[in-house]
Design a binder for this molecule. Structure first.
Ligand code: SF4
Length: 335
């Protein structure tokens, strides 16, 4: 799974199971991979969790990244277990020899290290210097970690600079990218529960990607990790950066609408979750914008009074009664 250097922007998530519970963790990764997750990060809170990574890695097909804080022994054990990458901040490991051991082991296996600077865990020194986790403080934090790795001649580095504040996050990545060329893992940290988290992530990640910043994406939500994957792809799709599954166009409805578009659009969206092929589906309420959008889409309907016109590749193929619209539309989609 290449990250950076013009590769397609990858989508990743993090398991929300107890890492020591291999069965549940593998089950979750397999299910996430099926939904499009391309890299999975796993928290490694103790040595038992590190030892579980071998069995987990062997049972899944996507790269496994060990997420470690402070303890170099956990990093060494994770590498020994065959992980495909580490997320660890070298400046937090402690003694130089410990850092050197981890970096030597990573270099030996040719696995990358992500430096993950987070506003919530900036060093006391940087907080004293800047007062708050400002974009400058985040970038300086990343620079300190990068210097340690570069001094050890290690350059397989990815970097993230996350804050829960969208503007701080965006400014930190902008500032960083003016000075460094390392691939960027982008995301808004601890963005929140689904509704607000999706908005904050979409705005933050969307701005960055639109400016050409970002090589791999993680959406962080306090909800089912499958939602993180779905949202990441929607962000990428809306910017034309990846193709996956259906792109649904549906009208907001207004006083002109004479069929239940709200209900129909929700049902179509839910049924289309399983479809992986790129496809544009329009669900439109009336003759004002309806036929136009439906014609531009691969498949679509434009509502009338108790009926809908079914379009395929710009051509009206059927006039369908409202009660049969969902089934007829789905039939065409599967065709
Ligand atoms: Fe209203 Fe028709 Fe536009 Fe839908 S397509 S919002 S029903 S005007």
């Amino acid at each position: 799974m290449p990250v950076g250097g013009g590769s397609p922007i990858s989508v990743q998530s993090m398991t929300k199971t107890d890492t020591r519970d291999v069965k549940s963790t593998v089950k979750q990764i397999k299910s996430l991979a099926k939904s499009g997750c391309e890299i999975i990060r796993i928290a490694v809170p103790d040595i038992e969790a590190a030892k579980a990574l071998g069995s987990i890695g062997k049972s899944v097909t996507i790269p496994v990244i060990a997420d470690i804080h402070f303890d170099w022994r956990l990093a060494l054990e994770s590498i020994k277990q065959g992980v495909d990458g580490l997320r660890i901040n070298p400046g937090n490991i402690g003694a130089k020899w410990k850092v050197a051991e981890v970096v030597a082991a990573a270099a030996d296996r040719q696995i990358p290290i992500r430096i993950g600077v987070n506003a919530g865990s900036l060093s006391k020194k940087l907080l004293a210097k800047y007062g708050h986790p400002t974009p400058e403080a985040l970038v300086e934090g990343a620079e300190e970690h990068i210097n340690i790795l570069e001094q050890l001649k290690f350059r397989e580095i990815k970097v993230s600079l996350k804050a829960s504040n969208v503007t701080t996050t965006v400014d930190a990545y902008r500032l960083f990218s003016r000075r460094f060329r390392y691939p960027l893992h982008v995301g808004v940290s601890e963005a929140g529960p689904a509704f607000t988290g999706i908005i904050k992530s979409s705005v933050g990640i969307g701005i960055l990607l639109a400016e050409g910043l970002g090589d791999t994406v993680r959406v962080s939500l306090s909800t089912d990790p499958h939602e993180e994957i779905r949202v990441a792809y929607e962000i990428l799709k809306s910017l034309g950066l990846r193709e996956k599954g259906a792109n649904i166009i549906s009208c907001p409805t207004c006083g002109r609408c004479q069929i239940d578009i709200r209900g129909l659009a929700a049902k179509v969206e839910s049924r289309l979750k399983e479809i992986d092929k790129p496809l544009t589906v329009a669900v439109m309420g009336c003759a004002v914008n309806g036929p136009g959008e439906a014609r531009e889409a691969d498949i679509g309907i434009a509502g009338g009074k108790g009926i809908g016109l079914l379009f395929r590749k710009g051509k009206i193929i059927k006039r369908v009664e409202e009660k049969d619209l969902l089934n007829e539309l789905m039939k065409e989609i599967y065709k």
